[in-house]
Ligand binder design. Structure first.
Ligand SMILES: Nc1ncnc2c1ncn2[C@@H]1O[C@H](COP(=O)(O)OP(=O)(O)OP(=O)(O)O)[C@@H](O)[C@H]1O
Length: 261
């Protein structure tokens, strides 16, 4: 059964249709990629899933819950975490604090207890710290836990952002262009990390990515968005030989990337 299921999702801004009756599924413990030329509507789709945008029509069901009625923090609590196209870490916080902030949606002691620093709150804080450590070790940046997050090398900032997303304890992780700005070695490591997130943590991953080599290597399923519509779906092999997809990329800025692979 699908973990995430979009059905005829339509999103418009001032009469401009950004998503037109988009339907697709993400299976549990899978890596699914969403590809498409610049401006196709990929990030808008992420924003619709996470409650930042409110599609006018359709349904987005996740693990038995309709998401379209929920606010962003409720979507996080339901089990969906995301990273952003441009890394968004808290500037004044250390690496560890950034990751601990991700766990806040799961805390129970409450703001009052936090102000009074009750024993229950202190215990909870210790648990969050221990889990944040596990996540930082998992993504391989624990050694830098005490540094201000935004002073880290770019590739490491991306890992911290993934660790923060994992700290919300998601069932589904949305990654928006995680390979952008990474060198070949870092991209290789990212592929391994995404596989470990799926295999060791049992988390499904939905990926927006322009690096076709990476997409073809890692995805079980690919959905292709063009001008706000799903124009193809299938395995990497099926997508690579799909003429509609090749047509959609021809003559685009990012077309060569697709055709070169
Ligand atoms: N808040 C908004 N208000 C109006 N139009 C918007 C808004 N957000 C997105 N759009 C429009 O939706 C279209 C799709 O944009 P989107 O960023 O989702 O594409 P994308 O596929 O993620 O592109 P890229 O690969 O370049 O990141 C664009 O025409 C964009 O201008």
């Amino acid at each position: 059964m699908a973990l995430l299921s979009l059905s005829a999702v339509t999103l418009t801004f001032a009469g401009n249709t950004v998503l037109n009756e988009v339907s697709f599924n993400v299976a549990e413990r899978s890596v699914t990629s969403l590809i498409g030329p610049n401006g196709a509507g990929k990030t808008s789709l992420f924003n619709s899933i996470t409650g930042f945008y409110k599609p006018q029509q359709g349904s987005i069901r996740f693990d038995g819950t309709e998401l379209l009625k929920l606010k962003p923090h409720q979507v996080t609590k339901a089990g969906i975490a995301r990273t952003f196209q441009n890394v968004r870490l808290f500037r004044e916080m250390t690496v560890l604090e950034n990751v601990m902030s991700g766990a806040h949606c799961r805390t129970s002691a409450g703001a009052f207890a936090a102000i009074l620093r009750t024993p229950a709150q202190r215990r909870e804080e210790e648990e969050i710290r221990a889990r944040a450590r596990q996540h930082l070790e998992f993504v391989g940046v624990w050694a830098e836990q005490g540094r201000i997050a935004t002073t880290l090398a770019y590739g490491h900032q991306r890992r911290v952002e993934i660790a923060r997303a994992l700290a919300t304890e998601p069932k589904l992780l949305l990654l928006d262009e995680p390979a952008a700005g990474l060198n070949p070695t870092e991209k290789h490591d990212l592929v391994q990390l995404i596989r470990r997130i799926r295999d060791e943590m049992g988390i499904a991953v939905l990926l927006i990515e322009h690096d076709m080599g990476l997409v073809m290597q890692i995805s079980e399923n690919i959905s292709v968005l063009d001008h706000g519509e799903i124009i193809a779906e299938g395995t990497p092999k099926q997508i690579q030989s799909d003429h509609t997809v090749i047509e959609a990329y021809l003559g685009r800025d990012d077309g060569e990337a697709f055709l070169d692979e």
